[in-house]
Design a protein around this ligand. Structure first.
Ligand SMILES: Nc1nc2c(ncn2[C@@H]2O[C@H](COP(=O)(O)OP(=O)(O)OP(=O)(O)O)[C@@H](O)[C@H]2O)c(=O)[nH]1
Ligand SMILES: [Mg+2]
Length: 366
């Protein structure tokens, strides 16, 4: 019996349907060359999910081992959640390895967006945090040219014998990048499972690359500060955009509120008229109302207007928190795993969202 699922890397077993790597013995005996576990089969064909646990201790032991080799690290972040998927401790994890940093999902930005803006923003973020990478690229796993550029960069930096590890938080697109890159650049197919469910890849998957070296797809680091961690399939399908995001602009007066579905609301507490640009998935309802109605609005109109998240998801998200931001120029307020609002003007904004969610203020990216 080959012992790993080629979709998620879990150890294949035929005994417990509730544990990872399960294939029924019937299916296994009928087709012993099919090395997709039941969960990957369902994710690929029906997009059904089953809750899983990653073995974090083993994950960090693996990182330690990799950091003691001269492997090349391809570190992936999500361009639409830069702050939420950026790892401040990257240099501690891989102090001696060469690192290619990929900012993925650039296709979600309007076609007029200049990649240089994101490039310069990240360059200074890396400098501020004293993190050194060998190269920084703005890419999309959906763009053939980008996949070839990534391949060429790997070849340029990979010395004789060195393996390549794709690393980053869950859902940033590591498996998609590997799968598409080897298809385009090496004409090879892989069975890697891709889904919008966090923790699709469960264990390290080894894929033959060039000149006897290997590419490794790693499980993503779990991020409990991101909305996606708390969402089920229906909401994930709406929150994670499949195509580019159409920014929605509002002119806001003081004492008005903007709801981002039932995920968060922005109260405009003080200041002169501001412009508010919502950069969130096109399937999330953006709704304006009066501040005086805001707190009750969430409770009263979750089902008929705001739609998502569901009551069960809200229960998992826990208590609401309130954060005040003073805006005096052009700033983004980012909600991890959801998107960001760009605010032009001067004023005080209160963001109300759930306790675990990371909220960051930055100079406007675009
Ligand atoms: N728009 C867009 N979506 C992408 C891109 N790359 C990946 N995705 C989507 O992002 C989601 C996660 O992709 P995966 O490749 O499974 O991500 P991962 O980093 O391997 O995730 P884990 O295995 O959970 O750590 C899927 O819904 C993909 O279709 C991209 O370049 N653009
Ligand atoms: Mg994966």
């Amino acid at each position: 019996m080959k012992n790993r699922c080629e979709g998620c890397g879990a150890k294949i077993q035929t005994t417990d349907p509730n544990k990872v790597g399960y294939i029924s013995s019937d299916v296994y005996l009928k087709n012993p060359d099919n090395f997709l576990c039941e969960r990957c089969f369902n994710l690929t064909h029906y997009n059904q999910q089953k809750e899983v646990q990653i073995d974090e201790k083993k994950f960090y032991e693996n990182i330690k081992k990799i950091s003691q080799t001269s492997a090349l690290i391809v570190y992936v972040v999500d361009g639409f959640d830069l702050e939420g998927t950026f790892l401040d401790n990257l240099s501690d994890l891989f102090p001696n390895n060469k690192i290619i940093m990929l900012v993925n999902k650039f296709d979600l930005f309007l076609s007029s967006t200049k990649p240089q803006k994101i490039y310069h923003y990240l360059k200074s973020m890396l400098e501020d945090k004293n993190i050194h990478v060998s190269s920084l690229m703005i890419v999309s796993s959906k763009k053939k040219n980008d996949l070839i550029r990534i391949y060429n960069e790997i070849i340029r930096l990979q010395n004789f014998n060195e393996d390549v590890y794709f690393f980053g938080m869950t859902n940033v697109g590591k498996s998609s990048l590997i799968k598409e890159m080897i298809k385009v650049a090496c004409a090879k197919d892989s069975k890697l499972t891709i889904s919008n469910l966090p923790s699709t890849t469960l264990d390290i998957i080894k894929i033959p690359f060039i000149k006897g070296t290997y590419l490794y797809d790693m499980p993503g680091i779990i991020n409990k500060n991101q909305f996606t961690y708390y969402l089920e399939k229906n909401s994930l399908d709406k929150v994670l955009p499949k195509k580019f995001i159409k920014p929605k602009t509002f002119q806001l007066n003081v004492n008005q509120t903007i709801f981002i579905g039932g995920f968060a609301y922005f109260n405009f507490l003080d200041g002169e008229k501001i412009s508010f640009v919502a950069n969130f998935s096109n399937d999330i309802v953006i709704h304006r109302t009066k501040i005086e109605n805001a707190d009750s609005f969430l409770e009263n109109h979750l089902d008929d207007i705001l739609k998502i998240p569901s009551k069960e998801e809200i229960e998992k998200l826990g208590e609401l928190k309130r954060l005040k931001f003073i805006i005096n120029d052009k700033k983004d307020i980012c909600l991890s795993g959801l998107g960001f609002a760009t605010i032009h003007g001067k004023g005080v904004i209160e963001v109300v969202t759930y306790e675990p969610i990371k909220v960051t203020l930055r100079d406007a990216l675009l």
